[in-house]
Write a protein that binds this ligand. Structure first.
Ligand SMILES: [Fe+2]
Length: 397
């Protein structure tokens, strides 16, 4: 049986407390044993590897967990290091994000793996001098971390947090929630059969129909492990909604799509385009932006313009939604209830209009979940009571 290997950022290794495991180096796609298990790793080893330009060293899968735990032990000293370049810290933090996502995808029923995503994001501090630095980090991530879905998801997480901070001047807590949502946005793909997710040619209509359930599956997986924060749930559920209403699962349009989910969806497409796939080569960042720009009708114009400006190193236009309270934009159910209430008032007790409204509300109750379902169910009860009261007064007269 051939061994599989996980990359470890060399800079993250503290020779003093590194576990006694075999270490490998990769040269021209061949893994060679660098340090046997019973030999101690020395500072001299690490310095020589660095001098040779080595950025990653490898352990076999069986030892992956022990080494990850060691990395977490060293996190505090990495964070506080004044000598370690920020680019190395970014690489180490990317590895930690990848580890967390990998863990959640392997253990989708374990709440602890999900909560760890938030704990880790709260600790990490990714910083980029400019967009170039971010792009070069993404190239390294793709080169060294082989699992496509996990690496892609980590890129979406990093890009979403980077852009969200720049576009909305968001505070750390909100950024962490965006990051958690981005880390988990495609977790629902676990419920889609492997022969579909791994397919390299075009999906059939029925396969695409099944894929369209992954946002709802993702939402349910996250909710069922007890992660009830609105932002990650919204991102999982709405990251395939499109501004013109052509997306799924609900066909939401315009500002009914939470801005968090809209931004993650743009990042999701950009990161997918810029990574190699077995069936097509990666687009350059410039070409990916061109492709996205040709489909700009699918995205909130303000958020898209902001994204486009940042990715082109142009001044960021002011975003109107940034001025408002994010929560008002996020909670679509409130807007929906407001609209339904307006329709209720406009009906002026007309029984036919009320019946139509009741059927629309029922339809929305059936399509909704969580807080939204509760709010709509409560509205339907009020509506029913109102209809009964109208019927009672009609009977009296
Ligand atoms: Fe997705």
């Amino acid at each position: 049986m051939s061994l599989k290997y996980s990359p470890i950022v060399l800079e993250s290794i503290n020779h003093g407390n590194f576990p006694n495991v075999e270490l490998y180096i990769k040269q021209q796609n061949i893994f060679t044993l660098y340090k046997p298990q019973d030999t101690k790793l020395t500072i001299h080893n690490i310095e020589r590897l660095k001098e040779n330009g080595t950025e990653f060293i490898y352990v076999d899968y069986a030892n992956e967990k022990i080494v990850q735990a060691n990395l977490e032990i060293n996190l505090e000293s990495i964070l506080s290091s004044k000598v370690m370049p920020q680019s190395s810290k970014n690489l180490i933090f990317s590895q930690m994000i990848i580890n967390c996502i990998d863990d959640v995808f392997k253990n989708p029923n374990m709440a602890v793996a999900f909560h760890k995503c938030r704990t880790i994001l709260k600790l990490l501090s990714l910083k980029f001098e400019d967009r170039e630095e971010l792009t070069s980090l993404f190239s390294k991530m793709e080169e060294y971390f082989e699992k496509y879905l996990i690496t892609h998801t980590a890129q979406v997480t990093i890009l979403s947090m980077f852009l969200y901070e720049k576009l909305f001047n968001a505070e750390q807590n909100e950024l962490v929630e965006i990051g958690v949502g981005a880390m988990l946005h495609d977790i629902g793909m676990l419920h889609i059969a492997g022969d579909i997710t791994e397919k390299t040619d075009a999906l059939t209509e029925s396969e695409y129909h099944r894929v369209k359930f992954h946002p709802q599956h993702g939402h349910d997986i996250i909710f069922n492990v007890g992660l009830t924060a609105r932002v990650p749930l919204d991102i999982a559920l709405y990251h395939h909604e499109r501004y013109d209403g052509s997306g799924y699962p609900k066909g939401l349009f315009e500002r009914r799509i939470p801005r968090h989910a809209m931004l993650v969806s743009i990042c999701d497409i950009y990161c997918a385009l810029t990574m190699n796939r077995p069936y097509r080569g990666a687009s350059t960042p410039k070409d990916a932006l061109k492709t996205l720009n040709s489909e700009r009708r699918l995205f909130d114009p303000e958020i898209f313009d902001g994204f486009f400006a940042i990715m082109n190193d142009a001044p960021i236009p002011e975003i109107e939604t940034a001025k408002g309270n994010a929560k008002e934009v996020v909670f679509n159910n409130k807007n929906l209830i407001l609209e339904l209430t307006k329709e209720l008032r406009a009906s002026k007790g007309d029984r036919n209009k009320l019946l139509k409204l009741h059927s629309a509300v029922t339809d929305n109750v059936n399509k909704s979940f969580g807080e939204e379902k509760e709010a709509l169910t409560a509205f339907r009860i009020e509506l029913k009571n109102y209809m009964n009261s109208v019927s009672a007064s009609d009977n009296k007269s």
